[in-house]
Design a protein around this ligand. Structure first.
Ligand SMILES: Cc1cc2nc3c(=O)[nH]c(=O)nc-3n(C[C@H](O)[C@H](O)[C@H](O)COP(=O)(O)OP(=O)(O)OC[C@H]3O[C@@H](n4cnc5c(N)ncnc54)[C@H](O)[C@@H]3O)c2cc1C
Length: 296
């Protein structure tokens, strides 16, 4: 495992960086599928891989264990996710201690969704933190970790405006975040508009776009709904003709995602972060279909 450079430096130097996100599975079969995906994606030499922290902190031990295993048994550099949900400051420091003991040096610091799910009212833990930027500050203050945070090209569902959301990205950068990774989205213009709002505030933090491979229209629509936004009609109209043809839909979905990735990289995005859903095929197809990058 490369520990020479900070993750943020590698993201900046990779031009572009590639990274893959996994979630901690619930059972042995899921765990086998996860490790197959990890092993199949390892040869692509991603800049980092990350493991999500289940809603309400429900997967805390599994998340830390899998992140640790990635750190010790693979050539990959892991980033552990951490949320504030249902945890006091001391609880958060304990998890960070576990990550540090496991050799994990990169943390994605998140508030997390309310216990009632996205859209339910947010209530912080009485001894905990209220916003993502506070967790960024707590983690960065330890001096052990390179810290990333979340951003939302279409706006966070609780946010009053896109402008307020851009202020939040800047607050995270000021609190010590060295990069942000975005929620998934479908139109490159939404990503570039977010970057522009952040840059207009004098903040140069790298904004890594999050990419969701499309393999199933119903699933992707449900996930988009949870984040408070619909799949844009221009994307739906490309996928709908394949609604009864899973192979055709996967092929068109790959094309849609590849076109998005090409546009993002061409427009200067520092990398691509793939939400793999613990499957490697769709991500590999998109990766292999990307237009060759110009040699600098
Ligand atoms: C790349 C990525 C990875 C993710 N991984 C996970 C995961 O592993 N586990 C998980 O449970 N969830 C995960 N999420 C989802 C995330 O936890 C939710 O979207 C959550 O609702 C917001 O988290 P946040 O850190 O962006 O919160 P915040 O930055 O706190 O934002 C939440 C809301 O509060 C507002 N806000 C923020 N700061 C302030 C402030 N100082 N004052 C007033 N308002 C403020 C924001 O505008 C926003 O509307 C991920 C999201 C992304 C983009």
């Amino acid at each position: 495992m490369s520990t020479a450079r900070r993750l943020s430096e590698d993201i900046a130097a990779s031009a572009p960086s590639f990274s893959f996100e996994f979630f901690p599975p619930k059972n042995d079969a899921g765990e086998r599928a996860l490790w197959t995906a990890i092993r199949e994606l390892e040869p692509l030499h991603p800049t980092f891989v990350s493991v999500t922290y289940g809603a309400g902190g429900s997967t805390r031990d599994r998340t830390v264990r899998i992140t640790e295993r990635i750190a010790t048994e693979t050539t990959l550099r892991p980033m552990g996710h951490l949320t504030c949900v249902g945890q006091s400051r001391d609880d958060l420091r304990t998890v960070l201690g576990q990550y540090a003991a496991a050799g994990v040096r990169n943390i994605l610091a998140l508030r997390g969704d309310p216990v009632g799910g996205p859209g339910a009212p947010w209530t912080p833990h009485p001894g905990g933190l209220d916003h993502g930027d506070e967790l960024v500050a707590l983690v960065a203050g330890l001096g052990t970790f390179c810290v990333g945070a979340a951003a939302y090209p279409k706006g966070h569902r609780e946010s009053s405006s896109l402008e307020a959301d851009a202020d939040v990205v800047v607050a995270k950068a000021r609190a010590g975040a060295e990069f942000v990774v975005t929620d998934f989205f479908f139109l490159a213009e939404d990503y570039f508009a977010l970057v522009e709002r952040v840059r207009a505030r004098g903040c140069e933090i790298p904004v890594v776009p999050g990419i969701m491979p499309i393999t199933n229209l119903k699933q992707i629509s449900r996930m988009a709904e949870l984040s408070g936004h619909d799949v844009p009609p221009s994307v739906v109209s490309r996928l709908e003709p394949w609604a009864d043809d899973p192979d055709g839909l996967r092929a068109e979905g790959t094309l849609v995602a590849t076109e998005l990735c090409d546009a993002l990289l061409e427009g200067g995005a520092p990398g691509l972060h793939f939400y793999t859903l613990n499957r490697s095929t769709a991500t590999r197809r998109i990766y292999e279909s990307l237009a060759p990058l110009p040699v600098m």
